[in-house]
Design a binder for this molecule. Sequence first.
Ligand SMILES: *Cc1c(COP(=O)(O)O)cnc(C)c1O
Ligand SMILES: [Zn+2]
Length: 424
Amino acid sequence: MKPNGKTYFKNLKCRECNRLYPKEALHVCEFDFGPLEAAYDYEAIRKDLTHSALESRPYSMWRYRELLPIDGEPTVGTQVGFTPLVRADRLAERLGVRELWVKNDSVNYPTLSFKDRVVSVALSRARELGFEVVACASTGNLANSVAANAAAAGLTSYVLIPCDLEQGKVLASLVYGTQVIGIKGAYDLVNRLCSEIAGKYGWGFVNVNLRPYYAEGSKTLGFEILEQLGWRIPQHTVVCMASGSLLTKIHKAYKEASLIGLVKETPFVIHGAQATGCAPISSAFKRGTDIIKPVSQPNTIAKSLAIGTPADGYYAIHTMRNTGGSCEDCSDDEIIEGIQLLAECEGIFSETAGGVTVACTKKLIENGSIPRDESIAICITGNGLKTQEAILGKCGEPRIISPSLREFDDRIGRELQRTPHLST
Ligand SMILES: *Cc1c(COP(=O)(O)O)cnc(C)c1O
Ligand SMILES: [Zn+2]
């Protein structure tokens, strides 16, 4: 899929001072500690990544291969991506808006969250760089994806998580035979430990020393939204935030697609969403600053978003402000309502992070940050089957009856008579 062995990916580059770095397992600038980011030859990409070139390519995230930071062909996660973009008319009606789309990464292959995108890139690059052991610091979904994709690629993996994650997330790492290390402490402590291990053991940590590669994978979610809308940029995009990386990369995707001529550059706005119980980015945004106060004790059911010191929070704030966007956060009860609203309107069972996105979208509409007659895309990033305990006992119980028609008539049939439109 990479035509004629060309390399479109040129360097790593510091986001602060633009110094160039070689394409190795590096992630911070040694002069100013700015994050390193992939840099490309956009002139060459403009010629090769065209609408007609895309027509013949398989429907996976790798159709945008020229804009991803590897040298050869992808070798890990080649089937990831191209999840449905659902026109959500019933949810739109409930929220009182005209045009609403749900990008449904809760059914991403293979581990049911958008993290398969970032891991696919990070592990393909890890192999090119010669790593034999791969690892991550995770709030759950990243661990699942590293475990599964490393297993399929025959790589040894270690995943480090806070020890109090949801059972579904822990089990969905263990099953792949990965080494799961539960840390007695919040995510920030897990992450700090991982930096130390990376230095000492020389492992490829997808979101530490391989972070520039990992982060670029998130752009594909943005490219897909544009393509699935018929090459159009939605006027508003709502993204839930943990480190804030996904939000900044959706912005980068829209910009790159405009730059290389895949889409006409039209105004767009990016909004962020967090859980109030761990809202370092949202609270800085609301205070009108870009200085983030760490949250040392996250307290929310949205555990996948519970990062107290968000690595890309500063850039996420600037992305929201520069596009004219806004930021909201929501309580645990609102998260549960958001999960239920999406499920009842669209038949999509999201994890807690998606509940955050829906609940905050509702607030952004109600407070006028999103005008009701403009196009909106919201990102649903993980699957509800992995966070079942969050809604356990909140959706009612099945009614248990004997296998008897008489009992059915008595208990259920009678209700139908009271609501005539349901009886046959
Ligand atoms: C990791 C994650 C996010 C956010 O990721 P960042 O890029 O760190 O902001 C959103 N939703 C889910 C379900 C996640 O697992
Ligand atoms: Zn620098």
